[in-house]
Write a protein that binds this ligand. Structure first.
Ligand code: 13P
Length: 281
């Protein structure tokens, strides 16, 4: 149990055909809520934070907290660095004890993305950590600061990328986008199916917030093993706190603290039930 490699969590999910939620957190309360849900549902969990969020939650503080919480959990928890942009930052998270890192070179030309990803794979190996990378480009942006256009993953490029880099998991773009979707997400399940047939490693779906339960299940049927959820958790916390304040101003700080934990817990629980990861540990 406790802190495990993300690769181990995804290998089991692949063998038993379910998805595992990778939940982005911003503070201790969200970490506690996510772990509470995982322990209650007996589900593996991936706890993550993206590099762009470190301006709010500095890595030297939030990182050790995530690792400590994972070590204490009585279910398998991987601690993952999401959308790492530089080798230096990735190395810092590995030093802290993260069991998994993502290098996001999706904005670079293919050759450069391959070259940089190989460097990260070499580095992560020294720590026994798992590596995720991205090919094609997921839409929107992690913190809403840009509206990046979706660039669908090409099947040939995904195959070549996986073979040449030796990454453990591959994030793909099939019409998914970070942040809330403007309309209904239009996922290209046909493309996912083709990628799944050609690429042997577990596939990752970013932009989980706003995707329907039905679409999640179809994606899992076609090889998606890790599903990233960020905005839905942040919104769940915000809505819960707003509702409480509308009903009556907080009279005690620790009621607010409990509300944050509970809202994160509810959102994580909801997604774990859809992904089929409950009672897998
Ligand atoms: P959402 O904010 O759309 O859930 O995306 C999360 C994500 O993909 C993190 O990398």
């Amino acid at each position: 149990m406790a802190l495990v490699k993300m690769k181990d969590i995804l290998t089991k999910a692949e063998q038993e055909n379910y998805g595992v939620g990778a939940f982005s957190i911003a503070n201790m309360e969200m970490v506690m809520g996510a772990i509470k849900a995982a322990e209650e549902l007996r589900s593996p969990l991936i706890l993550q934070i993206a590099e762009v969020r470190l301006k709010h939650s500095p890595i030297h503080m939030i990182g050790p907290l995530m690792v400590a919480a994972a070590k204490e959990a009585n279910v398998p928890v991987a601690v993952h660095f999401d959308h790492g942009m530089t080798i230096e930052k990735i190395k810092q998270t590995l030093e802290i004890g993260f069991s998994s890192v993502m290098y996001d070179g999706s904005h670079h030309p293919l050759e450069e993305n391959i070259r940089n990803t190989k460097e990260v794979v070499k580095l992560a190996k020294q720590y026994g950590a798992t590596v995720e990378a991205e090919i094609g480009r997921v839409g929107g942006s992690e913190d809403g600061s840009e509206d990046i256009e979706i660039s669908l993953t090409s099947v040939e490029e995904a195959k070549r990328f996986a073979e040449e880099t030796n990454v453990d998991a591959l994030a793909i773009a099939i019409g998914n986008a970070h942040g809330m979707y403007k309309g209904n997400p239009n996922l290209r399940l046909d493309r996912l199916q083709e990628i799944d047939q050609q690429v042997d490693i577990p596939l990752v779906l970013h932009g989980g917030s706003g995707i329907s339960a039905e679409d999640f299940k179809k994606c899992i049927q076609h090889g998606i093993r890790k599903i990233n959820v960020a905005t839905a958790t942040f919104n769940s916390v915000m809505n819960t706190v707003n509702k409480s304040v509308e009903a009556a101003a907080y009279a005690d700080y620790f009621i607010f603290h409990q509300d944050v934990i509970h809202a994160a817990y509810e959102n994580v629980k909801h997604h774990m039930q859809i992904f089929g990861s409950c009672n897998r540990v």
